[in-house]
Write a protein that binds this ligand. Sequence first.
Ligand SMILES: Cc1ncc(C[n+]2csc(CCOP(=O)(O)OP(=O)(O)O)c2C)c(N)n1
Ligand SMILES: [Mg+2]
Length: 409
Amino acid sequence: MLLSFSASKDDPISGGRHKVLGSKTLAIPPQTSTIASHLPKAMGAAFSVDLAKRLNIEAEMPNDSIVVCNFGDASSNHSTTQGAINSTAWAAYQSIPMPIVYICEDNGIGISTSTPKGWIAANYQYRAGIHYLYCDGLNLLDTYQKAKEAEYIARKLRKPVFLHMRTVRLLGHAGSDAEFVYRKMSEIEANEFQDPLLHSARILLENNMLNAEQIIDIYNNIENRVANVADAAASKPKLATAKQVMASIVPPARKNKHHVEVDDNQRLSLFSHEKHNLSKPQHLAKLLNWALLDLMSEHQNIVMCGEDIGKKGGVYNVTAKLCERFGENRVVNTLLDEQSILGTAIGMAHNGFLPIPEIQFLAYVHNAEDQIRGEAATLPFFSNGQYTNPMVIRIAGGGLSKRLWRPFS
Ligand SMILES: Cc1ncc(C[n+]2csc(CCOP(=O)(O)OP(=O)(O)O)c2C)c(N)n1
Ligand SMILES: [Mg+2]
């Protein structure tokens, strides 16, 4: 973390490009400051874990993995959060495995805006398909116990959990935020008395786990260690040229582990329903459909997701027959939420799939645009090329052109 804070080029995730935190080895994708934008992909990654199991695909994450995703109480109101949690619940409600723990760190405030008292519990306690747990973040033992329970539900039962964790905010939101402008002095003081470090020390003493001297020793040792690491991190070299900074904009080429050879006979049977059409000229939608048939048979890790792409065959029938040929696990009919469709794709890509999400028409991508701009497109840059995040987004656009509509004009 200190390598990242000091923009060192040894920062393990962004290589000194941005103050993001993360680690490829620990499977923590880098996250930018846009609150809630990571929830759709966390939902998608959770969906992909058991999908890999069902499809027998060798994925990046082990089959018993769970996804942990945290955010604040104010962020829980964001439409992106609401969409991702709703999609998680929608899937879990139909018994689709969704091994994810959402941790809502509830300090009762977002910058200067208070969260109404009791709002998080009232809003999340009784959501269909989601287990709600509460823990007091000031109590180490309660937090540990509830975290273990959350893990059990996600890992063993493959069901989603909303872990509501009470926390406190000491000091302002950020360096430039003067808390006294919007908070009473008595509130600020009351909060300062809730220092989690002091609570933890008290709990250790009360339970005879450590004595005061041992606790102070740990405190001093950690303080020294942090100071030493901070000194070392601050003196590390940084990226020096624009070329170095830009080097990870284009992701490195990937090896495709999931390619299989498809021989002529297999291909003929794949296209058997089209045998009378194969030698005739076809319109673009049909050719796209044929290309997808070929691609999905050759690349076992391609999964499509979108509204109505299953049996109906999607917009202009571009996905016709794909569901019949490759099954519902590879042609996934999603709920109606473009942020969730793109998030599902990003999460699947993190786990080794090659997703092809579909947005029904160009007009509907705009409400989900940040999933492309802020998440999918920037990931190689922020992760120094470690997360490559491949996908092909299909959007019907320009279909209602003059050419199609000429008969009516
Ligand atoms: C989409 C978006 N809108 C606004 C902001 C600015 N912003 C940063 S943090 C924050 C409040 C977050 O509060 P909460 O979720 O409760 O987390 P806390 O800081 O209290 O831990 C806001 C509005 C942002 N980063 N992203
Ligand atoms: Mg908060």
